[in-house]
Write a protein that binds this ligand. Structure first.
Ligand SMILES: *Cc1c(COP(=O)(O)O)cnc(C)c1O
Length: 428
């Protein structure tokens, strides 16, 4: 594969965009090399500026669950664009997508739309703090909830139970209200509640973690969080930006039968346009302006083009719930195929999978939290990434990311991919 033109485009970009990219993971820092510039995409395939065709296992980090340039979405936004692309006034479309989303997801009565997953999570914790009149939140190490200040926090040192900023620009003041816990560790969560009695507004969690690879919740973990929240009158926030409308029609709440108090969405809900949303029961949602005291707003929130894409995507998923089964089967096939190859080649590995989220870790031990995810052999991952790319397969340029399977993949594509793993594994 040749990447001359991509390299050239990247060096042009570096002159006027910090690091050449508008989101850091795109820069290939953790795998080396220069990013690939996309010219177009259709179905399961990317076509890059150098004329290569790649099978895509990222799919815009999730939204393209039915494939790139999905025809119904393209048609819907094309028609909508002719009627105007933004008004800053209400449209009937917003009610339609809200009604549909509320009907698909258990346990929510009202939903508000924003422009990204970051905004959804940021607004959800403000709402939880306003509703409970408490300041602190618990987040889990390795979970990602977007880049707002309260979430850019790492574990504090030594005896202190609150976190410290993990980016300059985040203040100590903000960090002291975010408590860090280990994923899948209920005892850890309980002790934080003990040490911060009546101060914790909410726990926010990726109910299936996807931002340290894919890490499933242990049996009883989510149920335990719910129980602890009830005992302490705190709210449980499921960040379903990745899992929502992907693992099931109703997300992880439906998949595992655990009810959250507030649910955050992004990625699939926008059908490939910039959309996020957060939702809850009316009692909580009515705390938002203009009904309630918690302020939240957005000039382009509920943008008609974005709502049209989201509505078309959710309608397609709602009308064909078989798609979740199909995605699960395809991903299981990939899982088995890759597992057998890595076994055959004596390569230490752990493959984690829930539905159409999957990650390959180059470490023989179970990967259950951020600490164990960090044990993966990054040098092997780098070789794996570039090897796969050379075979025409695009996976995430970081060992800490899940792959996002699209239903546009055929079994031929999967066989081609498994065969590529075989070729690459021999050289790892
Ligand atoms: C992607 C992601 C976000 C952030 O969404 P953006 O649209 O990138 O702001 C938040 N939470 C989770 C779980 C995510 O995967």
């Amino acid at each position: 594969m040749q990447y001359q033109r991509s390299s050239l485009l990247f060096s042009e970009a570096e002159k006027v965009i910090p690091g050449g990219v508008n989101s850091p993971v795109r820069a290939f820092k953790s795998v080396g090399g220069t990013p690939i510039y996309v010219k177009s995409a259709k179905g399961a395939y990317l076509y890059d500026e150098d004329g290569n065709k790649l099978i895509d296992y990222i799919n815009s980090w999730g939204p393209m669950i039915l494939g790139h340039a999905y025809q119904p979405v393209i048609d819907a936004i094309t028609e909508r664009a002719k009627k105007g692309t933004s008004f800053g006034m209400p449209t009937e479309l917003e009610t339609k997508i809200a009604t549909l989303a509320v009907s698909m997801v258990p346990n929510i009565e009202k939903i508000r739309f924003v422009n990204s997953g970051t905004e959804a999570c940021m607004s959800a914790i403000r709402l939880a703090r306003g509703f409970t009149n408490r300041d602190k939140i618990i987040k889990f190490a390795g979970c990602y909830h977007g880049h707002s200040d309260s979430f850019l926090i790492q574990a504090g040192s030594g005896a202190i139970t609150f976190g410290s900023p993990n980016s300059p620009g985040v203040t100590q003041g903000t960090a002291k209200d975010t408590l860090l816990a280990n994923y899948n560790d209920l005892e850890n969560v309980r002790s934080l509640f003990e040490a911060n009695k009546n101060q914790i507004a909410a726990i926010i969690v990726e109910p299936v973690a996807g931002n340290m690879g894919c890490i499933p919740p242990k049996k009883g973990f989510l149920e335990g969080l719910k129980e602890i929240c009830i005992e302490n009158q705190s709210l449980l926030i499921f960040d379903e930006v990745m899992t929502g409308f992907r693992l099931a029609k109703g997300g992880v709440q439906e998949l595992f039968g655990v009810d959250a108090d507030i649910v955050c969405f992004g990625k699939v809900i926008g059908g490939g346009l910039p959309v996020g949303a957060f939702a809850s029961r009316s009692e909580i949602m009515d705390y938002l302006a203009p009904l309630g005291p918690v302020y939240q707003a957005g000039t382009l929130s509920g943008n008609p083009l974005a709502m049209e894409a989201g509505l078309t995507m959710l309608t397609a998923l709602n009308n064909n719930p078989q798609v979740f089964k199909s995605l699960d089967e395809k991903t299981a096939y990939l899982d088995n195929g890759i597992r057998n190859i890595l076994l055959k080649n004596n390569i230490d590995h752990t493959i984690n999978r829930v539905g159409s989220m999957i990650s390959v870790h180059f470490d023989a031990n179970p990967v259950t939290d951020f600490e164990s995810a960090k044990n993966g052999d990054n040098e092997t991952f780098k070789k794996f990434f570039h090897g796969m790319l050379h075979q025409g397969i695009y996976i995430a340029p970081s060992a800490y990311e899940s792959w996002f399977i699209t239903d546009a993949l055929t079994y031929d594509d999967l066989d081609f991919t498994i065969n590529a793993v075989d070729l690459v594994a021999k050289k790892l």
